[in-house]
Design a protein around this ligand. Structure first.
Ligand code: NAG
Length: 336
C-alpha cells in the first residue's frame, strides 16, 4: 500500500479508515458531516429547513415550489451517502432525488448518477429507480427499478453511491443493490467528469406515477422528505482548474471497497431476485439488442418476462421463440 501523503494526519486517517472498513467487513464508517460543512441551499426559498442540530434537513414540496440542496464541492469519485425518510400517505407524482450531476457545467455532455424515489397513491409503496448517464448519453437510459423490503416512509434508511474509475455501486442500508462496471464498449457513457451531489423534492406529475396518470394532489401538501447522516467522502476538485483540491484519503475509494464480501454479493443477488421490477437490459421494447455491458441472466429474464411480458419479451417475438425459450436464453447468455 503506497502512501503518497506527506501529511501524518491524513495518513493516520487513512489507516484508521482502512481498519474500520476491514473490521466492519466493508461496511463503511466514514465521518458524518453537518449540513453546513458539506452542502448549500439550491432552490425553494423557505422550503428547506435545517434542523436545530445542523445535521438534518427537511425538504418541502408545496403548491408554491419544491426544494433542494447541493454539495459545496465538485467531486471526482468517492463515496456519497445520506439517510433519507420519504413523505408518507398520498404521494403520487412526488419525486425525491439523491443524485450526482454536472449538468450545470456541461449542458451537452453531462454525467449523472441517480437515485430517484417515485411516490405513489395511498396504500402502494414508493419505488426506487437508479440510472446512469455519461457524457450526454441522455437518449440512452440505463434505468433499473425496485421495490423495497421496508417502508421508506416509516424511518430513515441509508442510500449510498460509490463511484470509482471502474464501477458505480448503489447501496441501500449498506447492501449493494446494483453494480455497474465500466466496459470498453461503453466509451464515454461511463461518468468520468467531476460532479456535485444533489438532493431535491419536486413535482413529477408528468411522468412519475404510471406515466402521469396520477398527478400530485396538493390536498396532501406539504410533502416532507428528511435527510441526515451526510457523508461526502471523495476527491474534491477545483471547479476552474479541474485539478484535485482535496482528497479525503490518498487511496482511491476503489481500494477501500476492493472486497465486496461474498456475503454482500449474495445479499445483492437475493435483493435483485426479489425486488427488481425493471431493468433496461431486458427491455425489448427499447433495445432490440441489449446494450453491450448487459450480462443477460436467463433466470432474471424469465422472471421479468412473467411479471411484464409486453416489456420483457412477450408480443411478436414471443411466438417465434415458442418452445425454444430455454435454448434462446442460453444462446443469448452465451453471445454476450
Ligand atoms: C464526450 O463528448 C464530447 C462532446 O460531444 C466529445 O468531444 C468527447 O470525445 C466525448 N468524450 C468521450 C470520452 O467519449
Amino acid at each position: 500500500m503506497a502512501m503518497k501523503s506527506p501529511n501524518l494526519c491524513s495518513s493516520l486517517f487513512l489507516v484508521l479508515t482502512f481498519v474500520s472498513v476491514i473490521v466492519s467487513g466493508s461496511e463503511n464508517s466514514f465521518e458524518i458531516q453537518s449540513f453546513d460543512e458539506g452542502y448549500t441551499h439550491l432552490f425553494g426559498d423557505g422550503n428547506l429547513v435545517i434542523q436545530r442540530d445542523g445535521k438534518a434537513v427537511r425538504l418541502f414540496l408545496n403548491e408554491r415550489t419544491g426544494s433542494g440542496f447541493v454539495s459545496q464541492d465538485l467531486y471526482l469519485h468517492g463515496y456519497f451517502s445520506a439517510s433519507i425518510k420519504l413523505p408518507s400517505d398520498y404521494t403520487a407524482g412526488v419525486v425525491v432525488a439523491f443524485y450526482m450531476s454536472n449538468g450545470d457545467m456541461f449542458e451537452k455532455n453531462h454525467d449523472e448518477i441517480d437515485f430517484e424515489f417515485l411516490g405513489n397513491i395511498r396504500g402502494k409503496d414508493w419505488r426506487i429507480q437508479t440510472n446512469i448517464y455519461g457524457n450526454g448519453s441522455t437518449n440512452f437510459g440505463r434505468e433499473e427499478r425496485y421495490n423495497l423490503w421496508f417502508d421508506p416512509t416509516d424511518d430513515f434508511h441509508q442510500y449510498s453511491i460509490l463511484w470509482t474509475d471502474s464501477r458505480i455501486t448503489f447501496y441501500v442500508d449498506n447492501i449493494p443493490i446494483r453494480e455497474f462496471k465500466r466496459t470498453a464498449a461503453m466509451g464515454g457513457d461511463f461518468p468520468s467528469k467531476p460532479m456535485s451531489l444533489y438532493a431535491t423534492i419536486w413535482d413529477g406529475s408528468d411522468w412519475a406515477t404510471n406515466g402521469g396518470k396520477y398527478r400530485v394532489s396538493y390536498k396532501y401538501a406539504p410533502f416532507i422528505s428528511e435527510f441526515s447522516n451526510f457523508i461526502l467522502h471523495g476527491c474534491a476538485v477545483d471547479p476552474i482548474e479541474f485539478s484535485s483540491k482535496r482528497c479525503d484519503d490518498t487511496s482511491s475509494p476503489e481500494q477501500l471497497f476492493a472486497f465486496v464480501t461474498p456475503s454482500q454479493r449474495s445479499k445483492m443477488v437475493s435483493f435483485r431476485k426479489k425486488h427488481m421490477t425493471y431493468s433496461y437490459c431486458y427491455d425489448q421494447t427499447r433495445y432490440k439488442v441489449p446494450p453491450p455491458e448487459c450480462i443477460i441472466n436467463p433466470a432474471e429474464a424469465e422472471r421479468l418476462k412473467k411479471f411484464d411480458p409486453v416489456t420483457f419479451g412477450g408480443g411478436r417475438r414471443h411466438h417465434r421463440l415458442h418452445g425454444k425459450r430455454q435454448h434462446h436464453s442460453q444462446s443469448e447468455a452465451d453471445s454476450i
